[in-house]
Design a protein around this ligand. Structure first.
Ligand code: SF4
Ligand code: SF4
Length: 439
């Protein structure tokens, strides 16, 4: 079922532009590549997150947390200042629900704000068919944030898409259909967690969509009362969450501004000033003085946001473009070589976080004279924003274990060939016990 009554007006026109911008942005982002790398890609199999030019590796998830914390604080600040404008204007739930409703009206041949008396069966079927196709398009682009859409498309065309990607696509597409075509704004009123706590973020100076009771009451048919509200009920008929804004600010109001457009239209026809329902602060609506912009909660959210952005910037500037992990090879901890020397096997993981291929040299340094590093390949090539695993041996000097040596520290040095002074050192130790013969 499509929302009972459509509305036109200044705010609705602006919202169409906002809807178009948001849909275009959400659909375009997965396709955009900068310098050959995706602009945004949460590549779980490769354990890499590409976020606007930054490639985040699993051990750097603090970047992702800081981004999420920054986004949450920005939303808190935005809510304290502008109320639930996010819900009505930028939330994908509202935007796609709007889009589905508009498409449905077009297919079902609405000539005005109300549905036609009878909608032919083929039009109903076509509405759901188009909605389903739209849902699959949305699902494709959402999955495109996890699997590059170019790969998804190629896999779909060739019929080679794996079962997990196919299942993911179908499930997201079906959920989008159920959500935007069936559940619609019920999600906002019953399920959305943000709606539950937004009241805590707002105060009387936050902007809201509100009714001016001082001007509207007492309400009644034109010419029967002093108030400007003629009780036409249009503001209720256009409300997607089915509330009467004249009863005051309510949890279900998503600030979509449709009631403003509906009421402004009525006021214009009655030759009265617009703004009986308006986007103003509660303080202003209740005649308690001018709206204050700078207030404690706004300043606190702004400072926390600045701290989050500053920490992100600092960590980014201090970030090393390489990393090295060293671990003993558990399947062959200690071995004795044919020449009698003891050897330890290690698994190293070299990570190149730069956007260019790099070559790294491995060496041992420090307090281990006579210890020898044996690597199949050294220097080692590591492609841009990727990691490689290398298995190496460290051989102790002859007779080392017979000297009753204490545990010896080993220092692995990873040295970029193009910048040897920007090297990285990881310390471990040489194991003596449990040696097995004949390597
Ligand atoms: S649209 Fe305006 S005039 Fe009509 S009922 Fe709502 S507030 Fe009153
Ligand atoms: S009361 Fe007005 S702004 Fe709030 S959801 Fe209903 S139509 Fe939208």
């Amino acid at each position: 079922m499509i929302q009972a009554r459509a509305v036109a007006g200044r705010w609705r026109q602006l919202r169409w532009w906002a809807d178009a911008g948001l849909v275009a942005t959400l659909f375009a982002i997965p396709w955009i590549r900068v310098g050959g790398e995706p602009l945004v890609l949460l590549d779980i199999p490769a354990r890499q997150f590409h976020v606007f030019g930054l490639v985040i590796f699993p051990q750097e998830l603090y970047f992702l947390w800081l981004l999420l914390a920054g986004a949450a604080l920005a939303l808190f600040l935005f809510t304290a200042l502008f109320g639930r404008l996010w819900c009505g204007w930028a939330c994908p739930q509202t935007v796609f629900t709007d889009l589905f409703a508009a498409v449905g009206r077009r297919i079902q041949g609405w000539g005005g704000p109300r549905p036609p008396k009878r909608v032919a069966l083929w039009r109903r079927v076509a509405t759901h068919g188009v909605w389903f196709a739209l849902s699959m398009t949305i699902g494709f682009h959402l999955v495109g944030y996890f699997v590059p859409p170019q790969e998804l498309l190629a896999g779909l065309r060739a019929g080679t898409l794996g079962p997990s990607a196919t299942g993911f696509l179908v499930v997201i597409g079906v959920l989008a259909y159920l959500d935007f075509a069936i559940v619609r704004q019920t999600f906002c009123t019953l399920l959305c967690p943000y709606a539950r706590f937004q009241g805590v973020l707002m105060d009387p100076d936050s902007m809201v969509v509100g009714y001016d009771p001082g001007r509207g009451e007492p309400r009644g048919k034109k010419g029967t009362t002093e108030g400007d509200c003629v009780d036409c009920g249009l503001c209720v008929q256009v409300c997607p969450t089915d509330i009467d804004i004249r009863h005051g600010l309510q949890l279900s109001c998503i600030a979509c501004t449709q009631c403003i457009d509906a009421c402004d239209g009525v006021m214009e026809r009655l030759d009265r000033p617009r703004g009986l329902i308006a986007y103003r602060s509660l303080r202003d609506l209740e005649g308690e003085g001018a709206t204050r912009v700078l207030r404690p909660r706004v300043l606190i959210y702004a400072v926390l946001l600045a701290v989050s952005v500053g920490s992100f910037g600092y960590l980014l500037a201090a970030r090393e473009p390489l990393d090295l992990w060293v671990s003993h090879n558990r399947t062959a901890l200690v071995s004795r070589m044919a020449d009698g020397r003891l050897g330890n096997a290690f698994t190293l993981r070299l990570e190149n976080r730069a956007r260019a291929d790099r070559v790294f040299r491995l060496r041992l340094e420090g307090d281990a004279p006579g210890f020898e590093l044996v690597a199949g390949v050294n220097p080692i090539d590591v492609a841009a924003t990727s990691s490689v695993e290398a298995r190496v041996f460290v051989l102790a000097p002859a007779g080392y274990d017979e000297r009753g040596a204490a545990r010896t520290a080993l220092r692995f040095v990873l040295e970029p060939v193009d910048a040897p002074d920007r090297n990285l050192v990881r310390e471990t130790h040489f194991l003596l016990g449990g040696s097995r013969g004949g390597a």
